[in-house]
Design a protein around this ligand. Structure first.
Ligand code: FAQ
Length: 337
C-alpha cells in the first residue's frame, strides 16, 4: 500500500507522535511536547511547531553548507599531495565530505525546504557555514591537522547529534560520524609520519597546530551564556550537549593526543585542574570569530566565489540530468499507453 510511511524507516511502533492533521492545535502541541519529554523521535510526517521546523532547517542546512564548503581547504591539496597513497586518501576524504553535505541537504528537505532554496541562501551570503573553513591551508601539514583537529572537533559535536530528536538528522549523523572518525585517524596518522621525519617536517606540523588550535576551539560556537539558540535547542532535544561542555571535552581529549604526537598546544594557560577534573584553557578571541562568521575572515569571499562558480559551471549537468529524466518519463508513459 502506498502511504507516506513508505518514505521513512518502519519504526512507527516506537514513535510516540502520530500524524494529527485534524487535531486541535493545543492537542497537537501537547502530543509533540510529550514525545520530546519521552525522548522520542519526530519524523517528517509528524506535526511539529513551526519554530522547531525552522530551527532544524537553520541548523541542518548550515551543517550541510559546512560540509560542502569544507571540501575546499583540503581540496586545494589534492594536486599537491606528497604521494599517491596520500592523494588517494585525500580524494576519498573530500568525497566523503561531499556525501555528508548531500545526506544533510536531504534531511533538511524532509522539512519542506528545497535544496535549491538552501543553496541559493548560501550563495547569496544569507546562510552561515562553519567559521573554520574560512582559513587558508598553507602547507601539507594543514591537511593532517584538519583531519586531527577539525574532524576531531566535528565528531565531538556530532556524536550527540546522533540522538537528536528529529529522526532524519539523527540517522544521517550515525553514518557521518563513522566516516568522520576515519578522517580524524588518517589526519593523526599522517602527522605521526611527519613527526618521525625531518626537523623541517616537525616544524611544519607545529606551525599548523599553532594556526588551527584556537580556530578549532571557536568552532563549537559562542560561550553558553552568549548562545541565543542553545536553551531552546536543548529543550527540543536537537542539541544534547552545550557548546562549552563540548569544547571542554575536546580540550580534554586532545591534550594527551598532542603529547603523544610530540607537539605543544599554543596556550600558556592550558593546564590540568585537579579540582575540576578538566583542563583549564586561555580566553578565545570571540571578536575574531564573529569577524569571520560575519563574512570578513581571510578566505570567506574566495570560498563563496568558488562555490558559486562551481554551481554555475555545473548548470549543464543539471539541465542534462533533467532532460534525461523527462525523456525516460515520456518513454515510460508511451509504453504504459
Ligand atoms: N561557525 O546560539 P548558537 C565539519 C552561529 S562540519 C559559524 O550557539 P547553535 C565536517 C550559529 O549558527 C562543521 N557560525 O547556535 C568537516 C548562530 O547563528 P544563527 C559544522 C557559528 O545553532 C570536517 C550563532 O552563531 N558542524 O567540520 C558557529 O545553537 C573537515 C549563535 O550560536 C555543524 O554545523 C561556527 N563555528 O549552535 C568537513 C554541526 N558557531 O544561526 C570538512 C551542527 C555558532 O542564529 C573537513 N551544528 N555559529 O544565525 C551545531 O551543532 C550548532 O549549530 C552549533 C551552533 C554548535 C554549530
Amino acid at each position: 500500500m502506498y502511504t507516506q510511511s513508505m518514505s521513512v524507516p518502519d519504526d512507527s511502533a516506537s514513535r510516540s507522535v502520530q500524524p494529527l492533521v485534524s487535531a486541535e492545535p493545543a492537542e497537537r502541541m501537547a502530543r509533540f511536547d510529550a514525545c520530546i519529554d519521552a525522548d522520542g523521535r519526530i519524523e517528517p510526517q509528524d506535526w511539529m511547531p513551526e519554530a522547531y521546523r525552522k530551527t532544524l532547517v537553520r541548523q541542518i542546512s548550515q551543517h550541510a553548507h559546512s560540509e560542502i564548503v569544507g571540501m575546499l581547504p583540503e581540496g586545494n591539496w589534492i594536486g599537491r599531495a606528497p604521494s599517491l597513497k596520500r592523494k588517494a586518501i585525500l580524494i576519498a576524504k573530500v568525497q566523503d565530505e561531499g556525501g555528508h553535505g548531500l545526506y544533510l541537504y536531504s534531511a533538511a528537505e524532509t522539512l519542506g525546504t528545497s535544496r535549491d532554496q538552501m543553496v541559493q541562501a548560501l550563495h547569496e551570503g544569507k546562510a552561515k557555514y562553519s567559521s573554520i573553513f574560512n582559513y587558508p591551508t598553507l602547507t601539507w601539514a594543514d591537511v593532517g591537522v584538519i583531519g586531527w583537529l577539525v574532524d576531531g572537533a566535528a565528531i565531538m559535536n556530532q556524536i550527540p547529534l546522533c540522538r537528536c530528536s528529529y529522526g532524519p538528522y539523527a540517522r544521517a549523523m550515525v553514518r557521518v560520524c563513522k566516516e568522520e572518525s576515519f578522517h580524524q585517524r588518517q589526519g593523526y596518522e599522517s602527522l605521526m609520519v611527519m613527526m618521525r621525519g625531518t626537523q623541517a617536517q616537525r616544524d611544519m606540523v607545529q606551525d599548523a597546530v599553532n594556526r588551527w588550535w584556537w580556530k578549532c576551539l571557536a568552532m563549537f560556537g559562542p560561550p553558553d551564556a552568549d548562545s541565543p539558540n542553545s536553551v531552546q535547542g536543548m529543550r527540543w532535544g536537537i542539541k544534547r550537549v552545550s557548546n562549552d561542555e563540548l569544547r571542554q571535552q575536546f580540550v580534554d581529549a586532545t591534550v594527551p593526543q598532542a603529547k603523544l604526537l610530540g607537539v605543544s598546544l599554543p596556550d600558556p594557560l592550558l593546564k590540568w585542574n585537579e579540582a575540576r577534573g578538566h583542563h583549564d584553557y586561555g580566553p578565545i578571541d570571540w571578536d575574531e570569530f564573529w569577524h569571520t562568521v560575519n563574512g570578513n575572515g581571510p578566505c570567506n569571499k574566495e570560498r563563496l566565489a568558488t562555490r558559486v562558480k562551481a554551481h554555475e559551471d555545473g548548470a549543464w549537468v543539471r539541465e542534462a540530468a533533467l532532460a534525461h529524466a523527462r525523456k525516460r518519463q515520456q518513454a515510460a508513459l508511451k509504453e504504459a499507453a
